[in-house]
Design a protein around this ligand. Structure first.
Ligand SMILES: [Zn+2]
Length: 166
């Protein structure tokens, strides 16, 4: 679930954390999201799946990756895949996990799971719950043209580099 209760069904783990950084963050056990890429013929990442967050949600109207609060005992990979399936119709079996990027605030952490589409698989993404205005494959060159969730905007250059082949 994306932050911003009133329209959400409550899940274990939903809730705010008053963080040492002075902000409140969503997810009592932390949160995770899926940065899913597809590649061009050279193997370079060409597009990523972004979520246009519903206006009622925390920082609504910005773009980020599908994700949300972790359930108790849930790994970031499992949580990110669950949320990406719930919110964006991404089938977990069509995704190859590449690694993770952790934003660690001490009492709260956000883990971005980096992944790409299994070769030979096409994933048709779409909003599958009310938390998104839109879910789209966005060209990596156009990601920064959108109004991004601030934490995602900050991490994006590093995330893109991690998606690129070595
Ligand atoms: Zn914090």
């Amino acid at each position: 679930m994306t932050a911003g209760e009133p329209h959400s069904i409550r899940h274990p783990g939903d809730g705010w954390v008053d963080c040492a950084c002075g902000s409140r963050h969503w997810g009592q056990f932390g949160a995770a999201g899926l940065l899913l890429a597809r590649r061009d013929a050279t193997g370079a990442p060409s597009h990523v799946v972004l979520q246009h967050r519903a206006l009622w949600s925390h920082l609504g109207g910005t773009w980020g990756v599908p994700g949300g609060a972790l359930a108790p005992g849930e790994t970031p990979v499992d949580g990110a895949l669950r949320e990406a399936h719930e919110e964006a119709g991404i089938p977990p079996g069509a995704v190859r996990i590449l690694g993770e990027h952790v934003l660690d605030h001490g009492p709260w952490r956000y883990t971005t799971i980096l992944a790409d589409v299994l070769p030979g698989t096409a994933i048709d993404v779409r909003p599958t719950d009310p938390e998104s205005l839109e879910i789209a494959w966005v060209s990596v060159d156009e990601v920064t043209d959108r109004t991004l969730l601030p934490a995602f905007a900050q991490a994006w250059p590093q995330l893109l580099e991690r998606l690129s082949p070595v």
